[in-house]
Design a protein around this ligand. Structure first.
Ligand SMILES: Cc1cc2nc3c(=O)[nH]c(=O)nc-3n(C[C@H](O)[C@H](O)[C@H](O)COP(=O)(O)OP(=O)(O)OC[C@H]3O[C@@H](n4cnc5c(N)ncnc54)[C@H](O)[C@@H]3O)c2cc1C
Length: 456
């Protein structure tokens, strides 16, 4: 592919922006990003948020195996011997991404009432870093409440039965600010952006030819304009299957809850420096955002889908789930329990800015970074972030450039999947999620019947 050929990227979220940046860095000169929101950070992006965890622990062996190879070879200097997550953490420290990264450390824990699945998930995550030469010196086992408080002195709650560990080499990134910063940087590089519901929303991919000759020739936007492109890269997160319906066979739009407590200036200052704390059976939180003084919490669970008659789950197409400002009652209970165990003084505060946030989920939590079959490599699909894709933002686009330049995906697990899982309820089986997945319609009924009260 010539570097001057046109490339359309659909979606200006974490992966679309990273792809635009890395394509530019590799010398591609004709890149246009289409984004349905009228500004970036897009309020529809899963990363439209004050923070996302950046950590290297993984339960499964892909990243860990690479790390073990580097351990055996006793050389961690070469970037290709570092795990993807390590590379991502390193890349967060470069001057472009650095302003958004905060290496506060990371506590992973289970409460005294955690189910075996939560404990197992913690143990396998710990195993992936505890013997690793890069991480091991910064790992500390935490066997009781007092040990937790050495690393998070602000905690005043009882931490009943809590066990876990602290990892010094991890933290969080301010995700909305990172999207904004990289967008502005890309714009100054000459990458074009077409924003807004009418001009920026891609309504369809335009194809030419039949059978073996079928090729995508560009995108059509909601204002009826056709934009030609030699390559079209679909990076539209949870909405992917609305443009590439075949994706809906193995990608499920799923959401998790997000809630915040509004702190005073003094409370905010008091909690500064807090590590990210992730209690596998309850939820996680971050140090408060100094600009808004919001303290963000996310309950952990199997998430919520919005499945249509064909068995495909997509976010509500009006993009504003009715009612918008709620989280399910079970999630509210989890967060209140989490606060009662850690910061009891906050446990009865109202939650503000409650929302369901949508991502693109796969049953094995693997990304899909591949060409769409039967399009003569004219369409690239970036999907299946599975709720753990933001941390890769600084390096993700490199993998897309490699795909384009190799002409095929050499990493099996990131290939387009041929399986059809529509109608299968695999959400509860994901090893690192505890609880039952539910349908959005059920939650909305419950919220209308009075939410928490209806549940109790
Ligand atoms: C509650 C929650 C917590 C998370 N926590 C973490 C975490 O701690 N750490 C981590 O690494 N990851 C986390 N993630 C996952 C992370 O946010 C995603 O992996 C990441 O945002 C995926 O990037 P993306 O570009 O694929 O999708 P998005 O960032 O969602 O971007 C997709 C973009 O496409 C646009 N779009 C969609 N359709 C169209 C269209 N037709 N035309 C034009 N534009 C379109 C959307 O408006 C959006 O801006 C979390 C996700 C959620 C929901």
């Amino acid at each position: 592919m010539s570097k001057s050929e046109s490339i359309a990227i659909v979606g200006g979220g974490a992966w679309g922006l990273s792809t635009a940046l890395h394509l530019h860095r590799t010398g591609y000169t004709n890149i246009t990003v289409f984004e349905t929101a009228d500004s970036i950070p897009s309020r529809y992006s899963a990363a439209y948020d004050i923070n996302k965890i950046v950590r290297a622990e993984y339960e499964e062996s892909f990243y860990t195996d690479l790390a073990l190879v580097s351990l055996i070879e006793k050389s961690l200097k070469r970037a290709d011997q570092l795990t993807s997550s390590q590379q991502a953490i390193e890349a967060w420290k470069d001057p472009l991404f650095g302003p958004y990264y905060h290496e506060t450390g990371y506590i992973v824990a289970t409460s005294g009432s955690a189910l075996a699945k939560a404990n197992k998930s913690l143990e396998t995550a710990l195993a992936s870093v505890s013997k690793h030469p890069v991480f091991a010196p910064g790992i500390q086992a935490l066997d009781n409440g007092d040990e937790f408080k050495k690393y998070a002195w602000q905690i005043t709650g009882p931490l009943k039965g809590f066990t876990g560990y602290f990892n010094r080499l991890a933290g969080y990134a301010h995700s909305a600010n990172a999207l904004k910063g990289i967008f502005l940087h890309c714009a100054t590089l000459g990458i074009k952006f077409v924003l807004g519901r009418s001009a920026g929303t891609v309504t369809e991919l335009v194809y030419d030819g039949q059978g073996n000759d079928r090729k995508c020739t560009g995108v059509r936007t909601a204002d009826g304009i056709t934009h030609s492109a030699a390559k079209t890269i679909v990076a539209s997160g949870a909405w992917g299957a609305s443009l590439v319906p075949e994706m809906g066979r193995f990608v499920t739009a799923r959401s998790w809850s997000v809630a915040h407590v509004q702190l005073t200036e003094q409370e905010c200052d008091y909690l500064r420096g807090l590590p990210v704390i992730n209690v596998r059976d309850l939820g996680f939180f971050f140090e408060p955002d100094p600009a808004t003084r919001l303290f963000k919490l996310c309950p952990l669970g199997a998430g919520f889908s919005n499945t249509n008659n064909e068995g495909t789950s997509l976010p509500p197409m009006d993009r504003i789930p009715p009612p918008q400002d709620f989280i399910p009652a079970d999630d509210e209970i989890k967060l209140r329990t989490l606060l009662a165990e850690t910061f009891p003084w906050m446990a009865d505060r109202s939650f503000v800015d409650k929302k369901l946030c949508w991502f693109a989920d796969t049953s094995d939590s693997e990304y899909c970074i591949d060409f769409l079959p039967d399009t003569n490599n004219s369409v690239v699909v970036l999907s299946g972030d599975s709720g753990h894709g933001f941390k890769m933002m600084p390096i993700f686009g490199k993998w897309v450039v490699e795909l384009l330049e190799n002409g095929r995906q050499n990493i099996d697990r990131w290939r387009w999947k041929t399986k059809d899982e529509r109608g299968q309820d695999w959400g509860d089986g994901v090893s690192w999620r505890i609880g039952k997945s539910r349908e959005l319609s059920e939650l909305i009924d419950e919220a209308r019947r009075g939410g928490l009260q209806a549940r109790l």
